[in-house]
Design a protein around this ligand. Structure first.
Ligand SMILES: C[S@@+](CC[C@H](N)C(=O)[O-])C[C@H]1O[C@@H](n2cnc3c(N)ncnc32)[C@H](O)[C@@H]1O
Length: 213
């Protein structure tokens, strides 16, 4: 089942700021800092595209970016963003539907996996892994599975899933532990930082199966 963020695209960023303040932006700024100059970058589920402007603040030119986003409203908002002199190709599809002729140095998945059931997470993970060069980096940010006893996070998460199920028809009912997948696929954690009282975690992973180190 594919989610549909069209209904929410025009007020998505406002809503996210209302709930999380600057945490969503800061969590992605942390990842953007890890992008090397002149790399090829795959962004999956970029939303309204403000991340392109954050990337342009760090690299105003020299990047080749493929931007995969299934919501046409999100894509049309993203196309209006100032991506500097970086080359951006917008692909209005789900990542499952896209076949790339090349591999990317960097992939970014910002709040993508919290949309998926564990079965879809496994499939999408495998697909994205196949898009990365052997020692490429995966810049991952998502909500973290909650430790017992943190009541406000439980409540907020429940509300969010209820809302996104109703409005965007997302398939997930709960968060999954994606660290297991990174471990299974032999990724190495290079750095990570948490935001919003540990509710959000940004991680820089290096693909290490067959890597040159
Ligand atoms: C929770 S929003 C996050 C948006 C943005 N990354 C942000 O942080 O503001 C998830 C985004 O992933 C996109 N998405 C959902 N399923 C997808 C899929 N299978 N392939 C690519 N993108 C997907 C949605 O359309 C939506 O824009």
């Amino acid at each position: 089942m594919t989610s549909n963020y069209n209904n929410i695209a025009s007020f998505y960023d406002f809503l996210s700021k209302m709930v999380f303040g600057n945490a969503i932006i800061n969590a992605q700024r942390f990842l953007v800092e890890a992008i090397p100059a002149k790399s090829t970058v795959l962004i999956v589920g970029g939303g309204t595209g403000w991340i392109l402007e954050e990337i342009a603040k760090v690299h105003s030119e020299g990047l080749e970016i493929a931007y995969v986003e299934p919501s046409e409203k999100m894509v049309s908002m993203s196309e209006k963003r100032n991506a500097g002199f970086n080359e951006v190709i917008f692909i209005n599809k789900t990542i499952e539907e896209v076949e790339f002729p090349n591999h990317f140095d960097i992939v970014i998945t910002p709040f993508l996996f919290d949309n998926f059931s564990s079965i879809t997470s496994n499939q999408v993970f495998q697909k994205i892994d196949g898009c990365l060069v052997p020692d490429g980096m995966w810049l991952f940010v998502d909500l973290q599975p909650i430790k017992k006893g943190v009541l406000w996070q439980h409540m907020l998460l429940k509300l969010m899933y209820l809302f996104f199920k109703l409005v965007c028809q997302i398939e997930a009912n709960s968060l999954h532990d994606t660290t297991v997948l990174f471990h299974q696929y032999k990724y190495k954690l290079i750095s990570s930082r948490t935001f919003f009282k540990n509710f959000i975690c940004s991680s820089v992973y290096k693909k290490c199966h067959g890597c040159t180190e």
